[in-house]
Ligand binder design. Structure first.
Ligand code: ATP
Ligand code: SF4
Ligand code: MG
Length: 417
């Protein structure tokens, strides 16, 4: 697919992002049993994840259970300490801040939790639950706290006079609204919403998603919206990142991701989402059933982590990890054979970036650019998967037709970004 149009945030400079995450890792130690508990392995829950969230925008983070979505959310809200990597909020590095240093930032970054039953203290009234952050951060004078609680209850569609009730007196959907009011109390710039509707009935899910959308419009708050299926984020997030076993495997604007997914895993996830438009014209996306279970993050597969379940896997997939290569103005994918379903290339598109030949062997003198590919956001230039040449938002800077990645097996160094 040849792309020539730049998206709205293509080439956005990293400094303009509200949140910028680079190469973020979280490894949990696995301890031996017995008296002396030694670390015998690591759960690689999040392993080199990079992305950006722009101010007032929403990024969807999607993937199967256990792929590291909640861990990513908890790292950003600093409920967990990162093993390595960078997290910048408004340009300030927050990964190493201690509790005291984080306090002013807690106002700016809030979290909505998946389970509205366990995330609210059953012994506190709603007024106390929503009022506590207002008091701790001295948002309003004490005598105005109750009024502000009432206002917030109204904003999320609850009766403002129910401030003296306990969480058990509300339904699941109403409790989630209380959690949203609590998160909004500090007027944050970023809300990490960790599966905010998956514990709710389908009929209530749409109401809560609509509420979040309205709040975003009204208060200009940015969202990292975590979900395990692509249907939920579809209407909420203009940009979506797909995670598999601790890594981002594809990130793109919504239209590209839904209409032209290039990673086999995204294609499989999307094949399970009912497509109303295609059904209307009589077509149906062919259902792709993934074989096998998600491998253990303690001992993930070598090379591409998806290879044990991928119908496209070849030898190079076991030896070389595919970099997250930009293949369009707002499209990145981590697959050696990225392409539209049924039209994937026969030769790897990642050889230039890795500086290797078809067999995965290093090319003498090649300049691999894979490290640079871990930068969050999108660049003004990318690799055109059809021709393996440079493309850009302005003029395409195509190399000659014989300058294709699959021809580069000699000593010529090359780097495509
Ligand atoms: N505190 C912890 N100690 C050890 N391993 C952990 C810890 N927290 C999470 N993990 C492991 O890290 C991996 C990622 O977990 P995480 O909760 O981030 O997944 P998830 O994508 O949010 O899944 P789900 O959709 O089920 O909520 C899992 O294998 C999980 O078992
Ligand atoms: S790199 Fe190989 S194994 Fe991984 S998704 Fe692409 S084709 Fe499948
Ligand atoms: Mg989770």
């Amino acid at each position: 697919m040849t792309q020539t149009q730049a998206g709205p945030t293509a080439g956005a400079s990293s400094s303009s992002a509200l949140l910028e995450v680079t190469n973020l890792r979280k490894y949990f130690p696995v301890k031996s049993s017995g008296l002396i508990r030694r670390t015998i392995a690591q759960v690689q829950a999040v392993d080199g994840v990079s992305f950006q969230v722009q101010a007032g925008q929403s990024l969807g983070l999607v993937g199967e259970s256990g792929c590291g979505k909640s861990t990513t959310g908890r790292l950003i809200t600093r409920l967990l300490d990162p093993t390595s990597g960078s997290m910048k909020f408004e340009g300030q590095e927050i990964g190493h801040l201690n509790r005291k240093q984080m306090l002013p930032l807690r106002r700016e970054i809030q979290m909505i939790f998946q389970d509205p039953y366990s995330s609210l203290n059953p012994r506190h009234t709603v007024g106390s639950i929503i009022g506590t952050p207002l008091r701790v951060h001295k948002i309003v004078p004490e005598k105005q706290v109750l009024n502000r609680v009432r206002e917030l209850l109204e904003v999320v569609g609850l009766n403002p006079e129910h401030y003296n009730r306990y969480p058990s007196e509300f339904s699941g959907g109403q409790r989630q609204r209380i959690g949203i009011a609590r998160a909004l109390a500090l007027q944050p710039k970023l809300l990490v919403a960790d599966e905010p509707v998956s514990a709710l009935d389908v009929s209530i899910q749409a109401q809560v998603v609509n509420l979040l959308q309205d709040l975003q419009k009204e208060f200009g708050v940015a969202f990292l919206f975590i979900a395990h299926d692509l249907a939920v984020v579809r209407h909420f997030c203009p940009e979506i990142a797909v995670m598999y076993l601790g890594k981002v495997v594809e990130v793109a604007d919504r239209e590209t991701l839904y209409n032209h997914p290039h990673h086999p895993y995204t294609q499989a996830l999307l094949s399970a989402v009912p497509d109303v438009k295609q059904a209307a014209i009589g077509g149906r996306r062919e259902r792709i059933r993934l074989e096998g279970d998600v491998p253990s993050p303690v001992n993930p597969p070598s090379g591409c982590r998806f290879r044990t379940r991928c119908w496209m896997a070849r030898d190079i997939c076991a030896t070389q990890e595919p970099p997250l290569l930009q293949i369009g103005p707002k499209h990145k994918v981590a697959c050696h054979f990225a392409g539209e379903y049924g039209a994937m290339p026969t030769s790897p598109i990642t050889l230039h970036a890795l500086g290797v030949n078809q067999d995965g062997q290093p090319i003498a003198g090649a300049t691999p650019s894979a490290e640079d590919l871990n930068k969050p956001g999108f660049s003004d230039t990318w690799t055109d998967v059809a021709t393996h040449t440079h493309a850009s938002s302005g003029m395409a800077t195509d190399a000659p037709a014989d300058n294709r990645a699959d021809k580069h097996e000699g000593g010529e160094g090359g780097s495509i970004r």
